[in-house]
Ligand binder design. Structure first.
Ligand SMILES: NC(=O)c1ccc[n+]([C@@H]2O[C@H](COP(=O)([O-])OP(=O)(O)OC[C@H]3O[C@@H](n4cnc5c(N)ncnc54)[C@H](OP(=O)(O)O)[C@@H]3O)[C@@H](O)[C@H]2O)c1
Length: 298
């Protein structure tokens, strides 16, 4: 089975490559093959790839910068997925497109269901919501929303916090982290497993919903996540000491883009229909820390 992976150099893309099942051949597509800000080449690339599935893990993910570069954010997060979906619809293949919890405004206080009304707060969320809308207009396309994604590669909260724990503990300074935004950290490894499960299920002609939620189990604030990164980082020998973590309010850490205060995703349908086990985010964090250790984190 052949998969065309768009966004191969990203943190999810890299984990998908690392975890691919044996029966799968991945054709990697990165910015050097196609710059998604220029859509001319997409159609030919997709048609000539002869892939059974296309996974689009590419995105404009700089949430704050998107407020200044809205045109580019819409181009990568909405127009490019639209073009990708249209090209895939000319083949016998299916598209799996990754989206985000930031399509919600966070005013709910129980987990968001896939069919809940979307109301993004910032340009990143708005551009991703538009991308979802385009992708879901066509048959054989699937959108997977995830939250607080991190892994052992690239730029993410976990690697940033590990470095900050090291720096701040050496300088005997505390680490101040927002505690009034609630969500679920999700490992690129668990999301990759879920993507492979979707592909396996579709290749066996199983019928699955076109809009799915996937996150690791449990609940956390960024403060809880930062605290656990320090604790487990020490346990795994990645850092010698964790910095003291102090909870602060979002108002004390102003960012250009507004973020939802609550963005838990209800993944019940995903676990039931696809029979994929969700593990607690701390369990997944420990596994990611093991991967970081293998890479000789400094
Ligand atoms: N990160 C999170 O916390 C989070 C949370 C929820 C959902 N998501 C979603 O999860 C998916 C994967 O995110 P991620 O964290 O793996 O993203 P990432 O590490 O930031 O990677 C983004 C990928 O998109 C590519 N890309 C960006 N602009 C491009 C362009 N103009 N042309 C071609 N490629 C371009 C990047 O290529 P280069 O390497 O060349 O820049 C990179 O491969 C995305 O759909 C994202 O919206 C992420």
């Amino acid at each position: 089975m052949k998969i065309l992976l768009i966004g191969a150099t990203g943190q999810l893309g890299q984990t998908l490559i690392k975890t691919k099942p044996q029966n799968i051949e991945i054709v990697e597509c990165s910015r050097s093959n196609i710059d998604l800000s220029n859509l001319e080449l997409i159609n030919d690339f997709i048609l000539s790839s002869n892939a059974n599935f296309v996974i689009n893990s590419a995105a404009y993910t700089e949430v704050d910068r998107a407020e200044l570069e809205s045109e580019l954010a819409y181009q990568i997060n909405a127009e490019a997925p639209n073009a990708i979906a249209n090209s895939v619809s000319k083949t016998k293949g299916s598209l799996i497109h990754i989206s985000t919890d930031f399509v919600f405004d966070g005013t709910k206080n129980i987990p968001y269901n896939p069919k809940d009304y979307v109301k993004p707060l910032g340009i990143y969320g708005k551009s991703k919501a538009k991308g979802e809308e385009y992708v879901l207009k066509l048959k054989n396309n699937y959108v997977v929303r995830t939250s607080w994604l991190y892994g052992d590669f690239g730029k993410n909260f976990c690697l940033t916090m590990l470095r900050l724990h090291k720096e701040k503990s050496l300088a005997k300074q505390p680490l101040r982290v927002v505690s009034d935004q609630i969500g679920a950290p999700t490992s690129t490894y668990s999301l990759s497993r879920f993507c492979w499960k979707i592909i396996d299920s579709l290749s066996k002609s199983k019928i699955i919903p076109s809009l799915l939620h996937w996150s690791d189990a449990g609940v956390a604030s960024w403060f809880d996540f930062a605290f656990a990164i320090g604790e487990i980082g020490v346990e795994k020998g990645l850092i010698s000491e964790a910095a003291k973590v102090i909870p602060i309010k979002s108002d004390e850490y102003k960012t250009p883009a507004k973020r939802p205060h609550y963005s838990l995703l209800n993944c019940e349908e995903s676990t039931n229909i696809l029979q994929e086990n969700q593990f607690h985010w701390r369990v997944e964090l420990k596994k990611v820390m093991d991967e970081i250790k293998l890479k000789n984190f400094k």
